[in-house]
Every structure is written in C-alpha cells, then in structure tokens.
Design a protein around this ligand. Structure first.
Ligand code: NAP
Length: 308
C-alpha cells in the first residue's frame, strides 16, 4: 500500500480551510493543519495531525511542514488588532513561505482575494498584492486562488446580515446598494483550491467566483427571503451606516463592518473580471440554508482573539 501524500492546510478548523481540507481528503491526501484554535469552529471529520501556527520560530515552523508535499495557506487577518495588522501579516506569511521552502515542499497554494493591487487605497488589498508577490518570488511551484465573497455556513458577512435581519425591522442599506458582489460557495471554493493544488501548472493564478453577480441589495433581499422576513430597507449615506454599525459594535464588542470593508464592497472589489469557475448558485444555497442563517452572531473576536 502506498503512503498518501501529505498536505498541510493552515486553519483547517476555521472557515475556508475546513472546506479545503475536506476537498483534499476526498482526493486522497493525508492532512495536517497549522492552527491556534483549540475548539474547531468547523469540525473536520477525517484524520488530521494538528500543529500550532506560530511565526516566531522559523525552524519549528519548517519542522511542522517537513514531509508534506503541499502547503495551502489561508492565513490572513481581517483587520488590525492586538499589534497584528496587515504589515505584520505580510511578514508572517513571508516566514511561512521561507519555512515551506526550507521544508522542501513541492507546491504552495495561497488564498488571496479578488482584485488585489499594489496601488489600492485599501491596505487589505495592497497587502494581498504584496503577499502574492512574495508567493511568486518564493521559488516554489505555486497557485494563487483569489476568492470573491465566500458564502457558507457560519461565514461572517452573510450570517451577520441574517442576524440583523432576524432582530431588527429595518435594514440600513449603505448608499444605493447597487454595487455588485459575485459570491462563491464555500464548498466550491474548497474544490477549486484542491484542483489548483493538483494542477501541474507551476505558476497559476485564478479567481474563485460563482455564477451570480448581484447587487448588494439583492444579496440582502435574498438573505431576508431565505430566513423568511420582510425588512424595510432604508437607504442611508455610507457614513451614517458606519456610525450606526459602530454604535452596535460597542455592544457586540467588535467592529461589525469596517470602513475599509465597506469601501471594498462599494468599489465592487468582490466581483471577478474573468469567466466564473464556480457553478453553485449562492442564491440557491441561501434558499436551502435559510433556517440556519443568523441564529448566532458570527464573532471575529471569538474566532481569533478570545480563545479557549
Ligand atoms: N471569507 C471570505 O469571504 C473571503 C473572501 C475573500 C478572500 N478571503 C481570503 O481567504 C483566506 C481565508 O479566509 P477565511 O475567512 O477562511 O479566514 P479564517 O478561517 O477566519 O482564518 C484563516 C486562517 O488565518 C488565521 N487567522 C485569522 N485571523 C487571525 C488573527 N487575527 N490572528 C492569527 N491568526 C488568524 C486562522 O487561524 P486559526 O486556524 O487559529 O483560526 C486561520 O488559520 C484569507 O486569506 C482571506 O483574506 C476570504
């Protein structure tokens, strides 16, 4: 019997990493995850070795990658907190890539975002472009997968839209709501990443986007239909919606939507400019999963800062 190839996935108990781990497992990979999560947010049912995701000791990080054929990197931060912002996340990813090279990996698959740019006014998208540059310069065969908006169970944006819709009779739509998004289903993202992992192309870059390009307002209305509520949608200036969300964030203990995230949405950065690879309609996914959406607030703080 031959030994299955080993894939290391960062964050296999978190959001995208869980779907990627499932898709790689289905393709016959043995799995290891690098994570700091004690309690899985998204349980992975197959066998998996667990090591910490620590950037302070490059030698130890390389040791935790040794023996693997593949690294899938999902690591990034949503916003700056506790001294770790985008600059630090770039440096951390650089450490991970050097460790991958030292460990003799055959391929790295890196999760980026749609429309990264070194010229972006938004630090998230500039940082993503810089990390893509590091991945390409690491001297390893690689694939860069750029998701748009990843929709699945317990994701932050759609789940929390549902959470608000379940609790408030009025939804304050930032601006016109006509700016578009092109979501991709979580499981389909896992499949696209696994395909990119198995591709023989030494330097592959692709968008992960689904078939539906819809306005943000259509997305909110689809979530409302899925959970069975009929909200009054009120259009308010972006600054006012951010002020209202900032106020609610005081009670929730964390930012609900950052100024930069709203700017990215309004600039349609979550729309792909290549033919969609995803075939799953997120609208159909929402309709089928409405009963589970928004039951609990999806907290970034609980996920990444209040660890058990
Ligand atoms: N979710 C989306 O809609 C979306 C859209 C476009 C692009 N992306 C990109 O796809 C990748 C994965 O996103 P995701 O939503 O699936 O992320 P996630 O599961 O929340 O986190 C991915 C990985 O980053 C680690 N991480 C996240 N925040 C951290 C922090 N503040 N400090 C230390 N470690 C942290 C997690 O650690 P643990 O394992 O310890 O939890 C996990 O290993 C990211 O590069 C993201 O930019 C996501």
């Amino acid at each position: 019997m031959t030994t299955p190839p080993l894939a290391v996935v960062t964050g296999a108990f978190s959001y995208s990493g869980s779907a990627i781990a499932r898709a790689l497992h289905a393709r016959g990979f043995a799995l290891r995850t690098l994570t700091n999560r004690a309690t899985p947010l998204h349980p992975f049912d197959g066998p998996i070795d667990v090591q910490p995701l620590q950037f302070g000791d490059e030698g130890r990080l390389a040791a935790s990658l040794r023996g693997a054929r593949l690294l899938v990197n999902t690591y990034w931060v949503r916003y700056a907190r506790r001294g770790v912002g985008f600059e630090q996340a770039i440096r951390n990813t650089g450490v991970l890539l050097r460790a991958a090279r030292a460990a003799g990996l055959e391929r790295v698959v890196h999760l980026s975002v749609s429309n990264p740019s070194p010229a972006s006014p938004l630090a998230y998208y500039r940082g993503k472009a810089e990390v893509e540059r590091l991945v390409a310069a690491a001297g390893l065969p690689h694939a860069i997968v750029r998701p748009t908006l990843v929709v699945g169970a317990r994701d932050v944006l759609v789940n929390n839209i549902a959470w608000f819709l379940r609790r408030l009779p009025v939804f304050a739509m930032p601006g016109s709501g006509s700016y578009r998004v092109q979501p991709v289903a979580l499981d389909e993202l896992g499949e696209l990443v696994a395909e990119a992992a198995c591709s023989p192309e030494p330097a592959l870059t692709l968008d992960a986007a689904g078939p539906d390009t819809i306005s943000f307002e259509e997305l909110v209305r689809a979530v409302a239909r899925a959970i069975g509520v009929r909200p009054r949608i009120v259009h308010v200036p972006g600054w006012l919606s951010l002020a209202a969300l900032g106020f609610l964030g005081l009670f929730l203990g964390e930012p609900v939507l950052t100024r930069a995230e709203l700017a990215g949405l309004r600039a349609e950065l979550l729309v792909s400019h290549t033919p969609p690879r995803g075939r799953t309609s997120v609208l159909a996914w929402l309709a089928a999963h409405g009963q589970d959406l928004g039951r609990a607030f999806a907290s970034e703080q609980a996920r990444h800062f209040r660890r058990s």
